[in-house]
Ligand binder design. Sequence first.
Ligand SMILES: Cc1cc2nc3c(=O)[nH]c(=O)nc-3n(C[C@H](O)[C@H](O)[C@H](O)COP(=O)(O)OP(=O)(O)OC[C@H]3O[C@@H](n4cnc5c(N)ncnc54)[C@H](O)[C@@H]3O)c2cc1C
Length: 381
Amino acid sequence: MFSYWEQQSFFIYDHIIVGSGITGLSTAIELKAAYPADRILVLERGLIPAGASTRNAGFACMGSVTELLADLETTKERNVVRLFARRKAGLQLLRKRLGDERIGYAENGSYELIDKTAKNALNKIDWLNELLLPVNNKPSFRLANEKINEFGFNKNRTEALIENTCEGELHTGKMMRALVDYALQQGIEIKTGAQVLRYDEGSKSVTVMVHNTLSKDNYLLRCRTLVICTNAFAPELMKAVDVVPGRGQVLVTRPVRGLKFRGIFHMDEGYYYFREVDGRVLIGGGRNTDFEGEKTTAMVVTEAIQSALEDKLTNIVLPGVKYKVDMRWAGIMAFGKNKKPIIKAFSNRVFGAFRMGGMGVALGSEVARLLSELHRERAAD
Ligand SMILES: Cc1cc2nc3c(=O)[nH]c(=O)nc-3n(C[C@H](O)[C@H](O)[C@H](O)COP(=O)(O)OP(=O)(O)OC[C@H]3O[C@@H](n4cnc5c(N)ncnc54)[C@H](O)[C@@H]3O)c2cc1C
């Protein structure tokens, strides 16, 4: 039972965005800039953003040599380059919008460890640099083998080290905190503990059924347009979308005395990654050891993947170094038949931007910008 006043002033919006990850918040910000007088609401089912955006590794990255080469085996060159360019544009937009200091952005180096099985990739660095030159205006990759020793990696398992000249790292928590604050400053409303159960599209508006996860009440909100930014969870609201969840698992060590490296590191076509953070090592990945098992939205860690991560840490990254694991967690990514994000007008009232893969930190802001362009072209009054 709701009052007349509640229904008049709290239940009607111009645009509702579902999901307060990097894509949802950036989309809300873009729409507010496009329609300053409009009332914009973001609905988030978690008490805080509860998808991948607060659980990732904070790589401000665009792709490693072996990952890009693997993509080129299944995807046309121009599409791989376009996606690379979108990641770059997204990072630039994020940094410009929030400022490097607020998001903890730093360029402490980005590298890829190459083992025996990936040695062929070394012959293709020049070719890849040429392909990406129009995006970066400088060679994106160069060999940095002299640093293998300096960083203390296991030389028997590291044949080469490729430096990526255009990537950085950020503090994921600070970035998302800054994005929430920025959205609030722009006059965007955010409601947490608000799970969208379903929506019904009418000729003049969209009705959105929202479940208050605390009180367990359901509310019916109304908006002119609805934008779904729920990434891996998009199929819960929209049937027949090509989105497959992919769990990502991570662990963080306690501070490691005398840690020899800083920066971000890729391995095995991007399936493993590690970085220094506050003197600790964060390592994640391993989804490729159990693709089927990791196609899940269950946010839990598993023994198999966690021990694969510890194996890499002990035998390649920190050989002979004592470390203790401090934290472990999981987050859910979204994949599909290809790596292209879905940015779509499902009608002139319902829009979606999701399926951000493993590089949504880089892509999120640009995807939101493109979605907002599409919204301006297609949205009904
Ligand atoms: C372990 C891990 C490491 C990663 N590392 C990196 C990295 O280093 N660099 C990088 O670029 N990318 C990385 N990624 C990928 C990146 O985090 C994602 O691509 C990006 O965060 C996706 O953002 P999003 O806003 O689209 O989705 P999400 O952050 O998942 O946001 C979707 C939101 O929708 C909410 N939601 C879902 N359903 C509903 C509903 N029905 N009602 C209301 N709210 C709902 C969820 O709670 C969630 O907050 C990593 C991901 C993981 C899991």
